[in-house]
Design a protein around this ligand. Structure first.
Ligand code: HEC
Length: 170
């Protein structure tokens, strides 16, 4: 009986020490996790922020007008190149659009360089010639189509062409 009692005492002591040891390890582990992962303690603001950063969606849908709220890199937009409006010179217009008729006198067109054919026309004044060249004109000799059929040309280009034709026909 004495020996049983001794065993029991010893047994209780060992169990007690083991239990203490377990509690000590548990407390130590808590302390260590606080020290090493303090920032990431669940529930802390930093922890929350770090989660939000990781699960942040890739992109967002912005409706028109919300562009200013868009974060992130803005794609540089290449400067729009203004199309260079190259106005044709008088001779260029003439060679492109008028020479078909006015070069050879087709359909009654007064030939450029034919002074006699142009004197009466030139005497009408530039404004009348411009008007007839830009808006078209049907005279006794034939039909002059508006802008010689080249409606894509500007009024100024037509005036320059008329000036050129007049100078060449004086
Ligand atoms: C389809 C043929 C044709 C083309 C192309 C043409 N003309 Fe004429 N043009 C005529 C004819 C025909 C007349 C003479 C009309 C008349 O007096 O009866 C004329 C007359 C004119 C006159 C004299 C108008 C007047 O009041 O006497 C001018 C200026 C003139 N053309 C400018 C031009 C110019 C500038 C172009 C080119 C942009 C051009 N024409 C292209 C047929 C043409």
């Amino acid at each position: 009986m004495k020996r049983d009692q001794k065993f029991f005492d010893m047994y209780s002591l060992v169990i007690g020490v083991l239990a203490l040891f377990a509690v000590a390890i548990f407390v130590l582990a808590m302390k260590m996790s606080d020290l090493t992962q303090g920032v990431y303690t669940a529930g802390s603001e930093e922890y929350q922020a770090s989660i939000e950063e990781r699960i942040r969606p890739f992109g967002t849908v912005l409706l028109p007008g919300q562009e200013a709220e868009a974060a992130g890199p803005t794609v540089p937009v290449a400067a729009t190149v203004e199309p260079v409006a190259t106005a044709l010179t008088g001779p260029q217009v003439y060679n492109e659009a008028c020479i078909t008729c006015h070069g050879a006198g087709i359909a009654g067109a007064p030939v450029v360089g034919d002074v006699a054919g142009w004197t009466a026309r030139i005497d009408q004044g530039d404004d009348m010639l411009y008007d007839h060249a830009i808006n078209g004109y049907t005279g006794s000799a034939g039909y002059m189509p508006p802008k010689g059929g080249r409606l894509d040309l500007s009024d100024q280009e037509i005036r320059d062409a008329v000036d050129y034709m007049v100078v060449e026909s004086r």
